[in-house]
Design a protein around this ligand. Structure first.
Ligand code: ADP
Ligand code: MG
Ligand code: MG
Length: 924
């Protein structure tokens, strides 16, 4: 014969580690009992019983369950010396749900089960306290009625308020025994009227109904919705357990109390007992907000002995669980009971502080300290956030495109943002339909960016993230009217100069200024991240284009720059005209003249980056984007030309008029005025402008490409216009030589974009060798530099063996590589079909956010392997946005990369994620 299924476990016998079977609450009640904490006796009915019950066609409890429950109740009677349903010494219990994961939306707890007309009298006799007896009774009827029998709360509340009013009672505690008696009688009637049956009086029957109600609640709408919303799968939690626990009473008078505690302050992480309690109250009164609870510090004054025992309980919980605990307790006539414990939920700052302090106290290891902090949560500590005590309703919601919060006045174009933000020093929020590269100066001047169109990878989002500024993108509820400098949202609007606030961490937009709190890069965070660096195998570098970016990256612990994009340096307002000069130049001499102007500027850019990062490497990518990106828009040029031609005609008309005037007799003053006007509207000047615009238009048309991102860009550009790359290479090496001369330890790295064949690398390498020799001869300085390549086209992966002959490092550009692997463009994908693909599970994730490990990742692994077969010490890393995402970082660790490079504000997240990856891969 096989053993009958064990459906029920006493707290003394259940396995505290088996949360799937016993639920989190039940497992911890068992564990606490077994380590000797004062838990009222009780037992757990398993989640397996729940699942078996839900499978029964007629929803009866599976055979054996109630038999085992009755056995356990008999055991409880022995342990407590009371009897279930015994009018002389009644045993009362609570019936509590609890699954493997904490899930609000599950069934409420029923307290005081086992009361009926007879046991009530017994309870009153035993305690000599009728008020207490009726108070317990009315609570039980209401909770049982609501939870197990589905009677609406309002029906009870109505009766309750009526009696309270008659009694002129301000608070619940002002109600007398008689009032409470009347309330319970009325409650019994409410139940009978609503269910058509008398309130069940047999305790065992009450218990069975309650157990079934808890099981049913697992499939209730609230619980099912919650599981869907938070992706709780059956592997994580399947079914709920039922905990039956002997009642203890915090409402037995002024020597009794109930409360909740945190073993450490969950807001700050400070090592102090934190929590609240209420004298003479039962369970949920503390959270129900009927009376205002007192801080636990008061307990030392009100009940010193209890405070001492509570401190002891706190100590025992932490030394046992090695984790901050969130616990419930009740004091019944001077005896302290612990009713629940679980790991405390804290904000990031508190998690970090407790991690470091618990290591210092010897409570946990450094590894455990690292593992208990979620890397992504660190963002909370790195960006300003809204003051949580400020209450305000958002007027619109967009995508949380770049974390952090900012308040400021709305401005609707980049020039105004610069004027008000940079020149006048005001806090401004740049509001646009969407942003373009030419808005960049507005980004620098703004505290935050808000767009009404575009996704998480729109220009606004990518640039804002790079700069570490908050951004809400695609807030479609807002319609932006740039010409009227106004935005409509819902029924209201805001104009230029009106205050708005945005929270890029959740995508909310508010009208008015909400106070924000500054980020805190605490000493504990630094310590934790140092431990992370010790544990990690991957180095963490930063993507940084400006000295400010670089300084931030260093502050956050980056050990170098993995990607400096030189196109941003070309886009600066004062440089763009020179860059345009260079592009439209008709002769090599003209082009060289423009490049000669750019050279010192770039040299200064690079020198600053080297200085900030020394002695760490700085990887500079040669110009990448298609060159026409720097030129004006074709249609705009056409319109300008049309206008200029009209103007040319007018100036010719004026010449004619002047001639006519000479023949007529015109008063002296009129002639002078007219001459002045002619002077300003010089036909020659207009002709010249027309000629310039025509040249520009011709260039723009000549450079036009059908698919610019697959066209004339990257190394292809560097080979067709060698002067450009040569200028950049010279700027890098000369800057390096200057730094070396100044005694600095600098390590420039030259990175070539878009490479698909070794021949391209060889060509660029020849420029480098030539210029390097020249610079060395001219300065007498040796610049220790490295030469390497982006790996971002499929062919580069396939030819990694050959590329590694020339490249000393590989840098995976996973944005382009992802596009190349899927053969769809990011903008089109994200704006058109990708959301549908994700919704319908054709693609699990957005591959531009979460690295496609199976496709792009496989190619990366091959490239790493082949590259190393040629050059075993080749330095390999990733510099796409993926480099800052924990899951992708884990992949990079596993694939044997040497480093990840991500935007500066992401560096701390990446350092911790790199440690997590190393620890996880060490474990297997
Ligand atoms: P929740 O999961 O909502 O916290 P609980 O099952 O923990 O629900 O119980 C709700 C309240 O009732 C808590 O304050 C708890 O401490 C209290 N409580 C539960 N069981 C008992 C008991 N046996 N004796 C006294 N109070 C109890
Ligand atoms: Mg609880
Ligand atoms: Mg690229």
């Amino acid at each position: 014969m096989t053993e009958p299924t064990k459906w029920v476990f006493a707290f003394e016998e259940g396995d505290g580690k088996n949360k799937k079977l016993l639920g989190g609450k039940g497992a911890n009640l068992c564990e606490m009992t077994q380590i000797g904490l004062n838990v009222p006796p009780g037992f757990v009915i398993t989640t397996e019983a729940c699942l078996a019950y839900l499978d029964m066609p007629d929803r009866t409890l599976p055979p054996g369950v109630m038999d085992q429950v009755r056995d356990q109740m008999a055991a409880l009677e022995r342990k407590t010396g009371k009897g279930f349903g015994d009018p002389d010494k009644p045993l009362l219990v609570s019936v509590r749900s609890g699954s493997a994961m904490s899930m609000p939306g599950m069934m409420d707890t029923i307290l005081n089960l086992g009361l009926n007309a007879d046991t009530l009298q017994g309870e009153i006799k035993a305690t000599g306290d009728p008020r207490f007896g009726y108070d317990s009774y009315r609570r039980f009827i209401q909770l049982f009625g609501k939870v197990a029998l589905g009677v609406p709360d309002e029906l009870f509340d109505r009766e309750f308020e009526e009696v309270k009013e008659h009694a002129h009672a301000k608070q619940d505690v002002d109600l007398s025994a008689n009032d409470l008696k009347e309330i319970s009688e009325r409650f019994l009637k409410v139940v009978e009227e609503h269910t058509g049956k008398p309130f069940p009086s047999d305790p065992m029957q009450q218990l069975e109904i309650a157990v079934k109600a808890v099981f049913n609640s697992w499939m209730g709408k609230r619980a099912v919705d919650y599981r869907n919303q938070f992706h709780i799968t059956p592997e994580m939690a399947n079914g709920t357990a039922v905990n039956v626990c002997t009642m203890v009473f915090g409402n037995r008078g002024d020597d009794s109390a109930t409360g909740v505690g945190f073993t450490r302050n969950p807001g700050t992480g400070e090592n102090e007992l934190y929590g609240e309690y209420l004298i003479n109250a039962q369970g949920e009164d503390v959270v129900a907000g009927i009376r205002t609870p007192k801080p636990l510090a008061r307990l030392t004054v009100e009940m010193p002995e209890m405070a001492r025992q509570l401190a002891e309980l706190r100590e025992k919980l932490e030394t046992h669980y090695h984790e901050v605990q969130d616990f419930e307790f009740t004091i019944e006539r001077g005896v302290l009971y612990c009713l629940q414990t679980r790991n405390g939920k804290m904000n990031a700052a508190a998690m970090v502080r407790t991690s470091v302090e618990m290591v210092n106290e010897g409570l946990i290891s450094k590894e455990q300290a690292l593992q208990r902090v979620d890397p992504i949560s660190l963002e909370q500590m790195l960006f300003p956030r809204l003051d949580p005590s400020a209450k305000s309703e958002p007027v619109a919601e967009g995508l949380p495109a770049s974390p952090g919060a900012a308040a400021g006045i709305a401005v609707f174009d980049a020039d105004r943002a610069e004027q008000l933000g940079k020149d006048l020093g005001q806090d401004v929020i740049l509001v646009r339909e969407e942003t373009k590269p030419e808005d960049i100066h507005g980004f620098f001047a703004a505290k935050g960016i808000l767009t009404s169109r575009g996704g998480k990878t729109s220009h606004a989002a990518v640039v804002a993230r790079g700069m570490g500024k908050p951004c809400v993108a695609g807030a479609e509820g807002i319609s932006v009217d740039v010409t009227r400098r106004e935005a409509m949202v819902g029924g209201t609007s805001f104009k230029e100069g009106d205050l708005i606030t945005l929270d890029g961490s959740n995508g909310y937009v508010y009208i008015g200024a909400i106070p924000t709190m500054d980020p805190e890069f605490t000493a504990e965070l630094s310590t934790l991240l140092e431990w992370a660096d010790e544990a990690a195998r991957l180095e963490v570098l930063a993507n940084a284009d400006t000295p400010d970016d670089a300084r931030l990256a260093r502050k956050y612990g980056a050990t170098g720059i993995g990607l400096a994009r030189t196109e941003r340096m070309f886009n600066a307002v004062e440089r763009l005209p020179i860059v345009i000069e260079m592009i439209v130049a008709e002769t090599p001499e003209q082009r060289q003249a423009a490049l000669d102007e750019l050279l010192p500027l770039q040299r200064k850019d690079f020198r600053e980056l080297f200085e900030v990062m020394a002695p760490h490497p700085v990887t500079i990518r040669l110009l990448d984007p298609p060159i026409h990106e720097f030129l004006p828009d074709e249609h705009q040029l056409e319109r300008d030309l049309a206008d200029l031609k009209v103007l040319a005609q007018s100036t010719r008309g004026m010449t004619a008029l002047a001639g006519t005037m000479g023949l007529l007799h015109t008063p002296e003053n009129e002639r002078i005025a007219f001459d002045d006007l002619r002077h300003v509207m010089d036909p020659m000047m207009v002709e010249e402008a027309i000629a310039k615009k025509e040249t520009m238009l011709r260039k723009v048309r000549a450079l036009h490409e059908t698919n610019p991102m697959l066209g004339h860009r990257g190394v292809r550009l560097g080979i067709s216009f060698p002067e450009i790359y040569k200028m950049q290479i010279r700027a890098i090496l000369e800057a390096g030589a200057e730094c070396v001369a100044a005694g600095m330890d600098v390590h420039p790295q030259i990175k070539v974009p878009q490479v698909c064949t070794k021949q391209e690398l060889l060509r660029v390498k020849s420029y480098v060798d030539e210029i390097h020799a020249e610079v060395e001869a001219a300065t007498g300085r040796k610049v220790p530099f490295k030469f390497g390549t982006m790996i971002e086209v499929v062919r580069a992966c396939m030819r990694a063996e050959s590329l590694a002959e020339e490249a000393e490092f590989f840098s995976f550009g996973t944005n382009d590589l992802t596009q190349a692997v899927f053969s769809f463009s990011r903008e089109d994908a994200e704006n058109k079909f990708l959301p549908l693909y994700n919704r319908s599970h054709i693609l699990q994730d957005n591959p531009f956010e979460v690295l496609d490990v199976k496709g792009a990742g496989k190619l990366m692994k091959l490239a790493v392997e082949w590259g190393r077969s040629t050059r075993p010490d080749i330095h390999v890393g990733i510099c796409g946005e993926h480099g800052g995402h924990p899951a992708s970082i884990s992949f990079c660790d596993e694939a044997g990369l040497d480093y990840v490079s991500c935007s500066g504000p992401r560096v701390p997240v990446a350092r911790l994620a790199a440690a997590h990856a190393a620890l996880a891969h060490k474990a297997v």
